[in-house]
Write a protein that binds this ligand. Structure first.
Ligand SMILES: NC(=O)c1ccc[n+]([C@@H]2O[C@H](COP(=O)([O-])OP(=O)(O)OC[C@H]3O[C@@H](n4cnc5c(N)ncnc54)[C@H](OP(=O)(O)O)[C@@H]3O)[C@@H](O)[C@H]2O)c1
Length: 201
């Protein structure tokens, strides 16, 4: 059994990830609500405080990455920066800071999303930062110290989120959260590193 910090535990993707972590001690974290620890992934002091408070842990699973949606022609720099500072830098900072705290042979699992390989209107900031995270994971895996692994789950839309995003995504087939949970499980329990784990229908 590993000690896993699950960030964004109360969100749709967090609930999907949780289905793959049943055999572990899961410590939940998020920005609000009924979680073990409150954390804001856009704030480095908050990230440090989370790791200090938890102490020993073997894995970090992050499912947070806030994105702004608008046509490229209308998206402001502020909207771009909000997305970059959450979905891209927030996740990079979880790893950059977390590498000093995580146990030997530990693992990080991040979140991206299928829109960087299957683009749709309004989602340019999500697609761009998802692509950045996929690249970050593939390349930084070579530099991780102490046998620490890193992967990213790149899912299509969840069945559980189809009522929210379905109208934006004609021609897409949603996947159930428990299938996406398997990808998180493969990352945490396997020996793979530097992988983009696509879950698509
Ligand atoms: N849903 C899908 O079908 C799907 C598919 C592929 C990829 N993704 C990606 O998965 C990620 C999560 O999506 P989701 O559908 O799970 O969203 P969600 O249901 O809205 O959940 C997001 C969770 O993250 C928390 N959060 C937001 N900003 C935070 C921050 N700065 N620090 C800590 N926690 C924060 C939210 O807390 P509050 O409630 O306090 O705001 C909420 O609990 C996104 O990057 C999305 O692009 C989602």
């Amino acid at each position: 059994m590993k000690t896993v910090i699950l960030i964004g535990a109360l969100g749709k993707m967090g609930k999907a990830a949780l289905t793959g972590l049943a055999k572990h001690k899961v410590i939940t974290a998020g920005r609000s609500g009924d979680v073990d620890h409150i954390v804001d992934i856009t704030n480095v002091d908050s990230i440090k405080a989370l790791y200090e408070k938890v102490g020993h842990f073997d894995a970090v699973v992050n499912t947070v990455g806030y994105c702004e949606y608008a046509p490229f022609t209308e998206m402001s720099e502020a909207q771009w920066m909000t997305t970059v500072m959450s979905k891209m830098m927030g996740q990079i900072n979880l790893v950059r800071i977390g590498q000093d705290y995580i146990a030997d042979n530990g693992s990080f699992t991040l979140i991206s999303g299928i829109l960087n390989v299957k683009p749709i209107p309004y989602a340019i900031a999500d697609a761009t930062t998802s692509g950045a995270i996929d690249t970050f994971v593939k390349c930084v895996a070579y530099e991780m110290p102490r046998n620490i692994r890193i992967n990213v789950v790149n899912p299509t839309v969840l069945t559980e989120a189809w009522d929210v995003y379905g109208d934006m995504m004609p021609g897409f087939e949603p996947v159930p959260g428990r299938l996406v949970g398997k990808a998180f499980e493969r990352s945490v329990d396997g020996f793979i590193t530097g992988q983009v784990l696509f879950v698509d229908a």
